[in-house]
Design a protein around this ligand. Structure first.
Ligand code: IPM
Ligand code: MN
Length: 361
């Protein structure tokens, strides 16, 4: 039987709780589709600072590099958020790992589920049937440019820079995705102001000739922020730089009704990494109220990446059924009594049942 080595980096806050449910679902699906998953836990984030004095220990990098995929939970701890002088921050762990693994493309699909249409504050006719995917550049731009602070602490700077190669790498993936989907690609930039954005436009314009079936559109990020909630159905594949992608993907999560639903895949030159787009939600830690669906769907994206497409589809199908039954955490159903574990169990049971295994409660 095929077997895959999976690095498990649960991280902070609700990370361990949602990852636990994901592993439950992955184990259920791997039985049916007859492959083995072997898990290798490693530290990252605030827990790594606490236990190993650094947000990304060498050992964690080594584990990630020798595995077939990385399953990532969440990162961040409020004790660092207001400490602007902290020497090390949990987030550095994730940023450094993205860089180490060369994860240049972060892929974030956004969908409106019919059953959840009313959970979104946006109007039904606006969001119904939304199906888009954001390709966010992940290891360059302002996140990784030179940072500085003046000696007197009264001035600071973050440099935003991009190279043609960096843009081409992710642009090719976005064009290919558009070609397989609804054949439209929207580059979101600020080319009326930023030199880096003008470079993005030139690169995308010149690649467009290689993808004649794909319609290309250019949109300034301020307008895009508005268009995304005015008329999200106009989008198919969105391509954008690191920070714009970070911001508009949280915005886009409102379409689905909860940020607790959105998964992501980060693809690069080494092992790929799969993580929910949400953060560590420290207020919910240990309360059993975290929504595990974003993590579980990230697990499905991981299986797709490993070539286990049927198993990935079985997970998505089980998630859909669970959503349709209303077995959901309180972010989606007010005063819901279903816990993180209940949702995970339900999805795992659907996977077993729908794929021919005996249903067990
Ligand atoms: C995300 C997160 C990260 C980011 C943080 C935790 C560094 O917000 O994955 O979207 O800004 O990329
Ligand atoms: Mn973010």
């Amino acid at each position: 039987t095929k077997s895959y080595q999976i690095a498990v980096l649960s991280g902070d806050g609700i990370g361990p709780e949602v990852v636990k449910e994901t592993i439950k679902v992955l184990d259920a699906v791997s039985q049916t589709y007859v492959f083995e998953l072997h898990y290798h836990n490693a530290l990252i984030g605030a827990v790594a600072i606490d236990q190993a004095n650094e947000p990304l220990p060498e050992h964690t990098i080594a584990v990630c590099k020798r595995t077939d995929a990385v399953l990532f939970g969440a990162i961040g701890d409020p004790k660092y958020d207001n400490d602007t002088n902290a020497a090390v921050r949990p987030e550095q762990g994730l940023l450094a790992l993205r860089k180490e693994l060369g994860l240049f493309a972060n892929i974030r699909p956004v969908k409106a589920y019919n059953k959840l249409i009313n959970q979104s504050p946006l109007k039904e006719n606006i969001i119904q049937n939304t199906d888009l995917v954001i390709f966010r550049e992940l290891i360059s731009g302002i996140y990784f440019g030179q940072k500085s602070i003046s000696a007197d602490g009264r001035a600071a700077s973050d440099l935003c820079s991009y190279s043609q190669d960096e843009i081409e790498n992710i642009a090719h993936l976005a064009f290919q995705a558009a070609d397989k989907r609804n054949k439209k690609l929207t580059l979101i930039d600020k080319a009326n102001v930023l030199e880096t954005s003008r470079l993005w436009r030139r690169v995308v314009q010149s690649l467009a000739a290689q993808y004649p079936t794909v319609e290309v559109e250019y949109m300034f990020v301020d307008n895009a922020a508005m268009q995304l909630i005015l008329n999200p159905k106009q989008f198919d594949v969105i391509l954008t730089e690191n920070m714009f992608g970070d911001i508009i993907s949280d915005e886009a999560s409102v379409i689905g009704g909860s940020i607790g639903l959105l998964p992501s895949a980060s693809i690069g030159t080494h092992t790929a990494l799969f993580e929910p787009i949400h953060g560590s939600y420290p207020q919910a830690k240990g309360k059993g109220i975290a929504n595990p669906i974003a993590s579980i769907l990230s697990g499905a994206m991981m299986l797709d990446h490993l070539g286990e497409h049927d198993a990935a589809e079985a997970i998505r199908d089980a998630v859909l059924h669970t959503i349709n039954e209303g077995v959901l955490t309180p972010d989606l159903v007010k005063e819901s009594t279903y816990s993180t574990t209940d949702v995970g169990n339900k999805i795992a049971n659907h996977v077993r049942f729908r794929t021919g295994h005996r249903y067990q409660d």
